[in-house]
Design a protein around this ligand. Structure first.
Ligand code: SF4
Length: 335
């Protein structure tokens, strides 16, 4: 095992039984904490949370909550976004090593260098970015409103879109915008859900709906399959994780193939128990998301750890970009 993997060994040794649930609830009350869990968390973490959802919806809930402490069961950039929007609250993440390969695919220094090559360009960053990168950004976006955000920028202005190349390609295709430059970042989990796999699954399940997260490597293939009539266009739905839950509740389909991280299946099955949800790739599991184990949550509540800090000036600049995101297009969304 490499040093890096050893370093990421999650906290373990705790079973998510009734005693664990009672203790977590007791500690949360004692700390005046609200528990938030992202849709990709382990099922037991989702089930004990006060709220589940996508990254942006959870940050909004965090900002509106009366609780003085926010326990964010997700990855680090999400907890940072909650801190940016709620600077006066204590924000905890049960394991601060829970990073994100997509957020790590661009640093603030790299973004400053890219901006210098395109003076006057408008910077649009997907919400999966660090606070430092958000502070160098003009407008953040989610997968729900990325198209609206880019469409709101005057047509003659260059746009730098980062960090996800698949979401960028989706936005460029929909807006038809030639002056949109795309950073070549990707999430190792989403990129692993590929077109050939999707085509094979779609062919084997011709009546199934397809829910595709636009960060997926297969989003382009899904649109191609629809464009060629291989899968009827109305069966292909490009959705943020939050929108997937809404779509599931209204679904008339018997089977839905889901192309995103496998933790999403738990929420979808709860939202629509009569629908058969299947993963396009059942190996698409984010090891960072799964670092928030029952043991990590218990430790976090007991030790008031790991606290998330964002430098106030960085937070001030980043907040502007996040607030502009909230003002444009469909509310909710993100990963
Ligand atoms: S699934 Fe990908 S984008 Fe999401 S947190 Fe994990 S590494 Fe980041």
């Amino acid at each position: 095992m490499t040093a890096e993997l050893l370093d990421l060994t999650p906290y373990g040794g705790v079973v998510a039984d009734a005693a664990w649930r009672d203790e977590v609830r007791r500690l949360a009350r004692e700390r005046d904490a609200v528990l938030l869990a992202h849709n990709y968390q382990l099922p037991e973490i989702q089930d004990i949370a006060d709220h589940t959802g996508d990254s942006l919806a959870l940050s909004r809930i965090a900002a509106q909550s009366d609780a003085s402490t926010i326990v964010f069961c997700g990855v680090h950039f999400m907890a940072e976004t909650a801190k940016i929007l709620s600077p006066d609250k204590t924000v905890l993440i049960p394991d601060a090593r829970a990073g994100c390969s997509l957020a790590d695919s661009i640093t603030a220094d790299e973004l400053r260098a890219w901006k210098a090559e395109h003076p006057g360009a408008v910077v649009v960053s997907y919400v999966n970015t660090t606070a430092e990168v958000k502070a160098e950004t003009d407008i953040c976006c989610t997968s729900s409103n990325a198209v609206d955000v880019v469409a709101s920028i005057p047509a003659d202005r260059e746009v730098l879109f980062l960090p996800d190349q698949f979401l960028g390609a989706h936005v460029k295709r929909v807006t038809g915008r030639e002056n949109l430059h795309i950073w070549a970042g990707e999430c190792h989990v989403h990129a692993g859900i590929n077109g050939p796999e999707l085509a094979e699954r779609a062919a084997a399940n011709p009546d199934a709906d397809l829910y595709i997260h636009p960060e997926c490597g297969c989003a382009t293939s899904a649109l191609y399959l629809a464009g060629e009539g291989i899968v009827p266009a109305e069966q292909v739905k490009i959705l943020s994780t939050g929108d997937m839950v809404g779509q599931a509740k209204a679904s008339k389909a018997k089977t839905v193939l889901v192309a995103t991280e496998v933790g999403m299946l738990h929420q979808l099955r709860k939202a629509a128990p009569g629908v058969n949800f299947e993963a396009v790739n059942d190996r698409a599991s984010c090891r960072y998301m799964k670092m928030i184990t029952p043991a990590a949550l218990l430790r976090g509540l007991r030790e008031n750890a790991d606290e998330v800090h964002v430098d106030p000036e960085t937070a001030r600049k980043a907040r502007g970009a996040v607030q502009r995101m909230i003002e444009i297009g469909t509310p909710g969304g993100g990963e």
